[in-house]
Design a protein around this ligand. Structure first.
Ligand code: NI
Length: 214
């Protein structure tokens, strides 16, 4: 298995539309296996073929609670229900995190690596990852769904300001949060006399923290 190079913005291939896979053959299976290895190495939840430079409608997903990765060829979302706000990121947009709306539930169809037809019903992270990866096949990145540029967070700047102690925040017991698998994401702060007033703060679940890696 080969670890492939993950293309990052502004690589123009990320903006192109991928073509349908006509035949699920050994070459597709090999590409899919290499994509799975690349996704796992990067600690990701999902990866789409254009992210490794192949304009093919092929995605791989590995949800944290699942043992095996899924390989989905020619995935199509056939139904979307509900809306929810999520924190999301992408292996092709390293160091950023954004707040966007995704569907609560989706239905999709695809074929697997052996050409068998699949029908999927997904919610939570699975639904979010499916929407994110299918978007990649159409040249769409999650930032395209931001309501405003302020909903995009530069994680390096966030860490930098934390290192400079630019803001002090009262939070509930960090140890308790950790035991629940949560982390804190600060989204905005105003400085006054060296102490920041945090205007927005989100506690996100552990599975959602993995979303910087879709
Ligand atoms: Ni992505």
């Amino acid at each position: 298995m080969t670890i492939l190079q993950i293309r990052t913005v502004p690589d123009p291939i990320l903006r192109r539309k991928s073509r349908k896979v006509r035949e699920v053959n050994d070459a597709i299976r090999e590409l899919a296996q290499n994509m799975v290895a690349t996704m796992l190495e990067a600690g990701g939840v999902g990866l789409a073929a254009p992210q490794v430079g192949e304009l093919k409608r092929l995605i791989v997903l590995k949800l944290p609670e699942e043992e095996d990765a899924r390989i989905l060829v020619n995935p199509e979302i056939t139904r979307r229900d509900g809306e929810r706000e999520v924190e999301e990121g992408c292996l092709s947009v390293p160091g950023f995190l954004g707040t966007i709306m995704r569907s609560e539930r989706v239905k999709a169809r695809a074929v697997n690596e052996w050409g068998a037809k699949l029908r999927l019903t997904a919610d939570q992270l699975f639904a979010q990852a499916l929407e994110h990866e299918v978007d990649h096949l159409d040249g769409i990145l999650y930032m395209d769904h931001l309501k405003s540029h302020e909903d995009l967070v530069d994680l390096s700047k966030l860490e930098e300001s934390e290192h400079r102690h630019a803001f002090e925040v009262e939070v509930e017991d960090e140890g308790l949060m950790k035991s629940r698998g949560e982390k804190r994401v600060l989204t905005a702060g105003d400085m006054q006399d060296g102490v920041a007033e945090v205007k927005a703060e989100k506690i996100v679940g552990a599975s959602e923290t993995d979303l910087e890696k879709l």
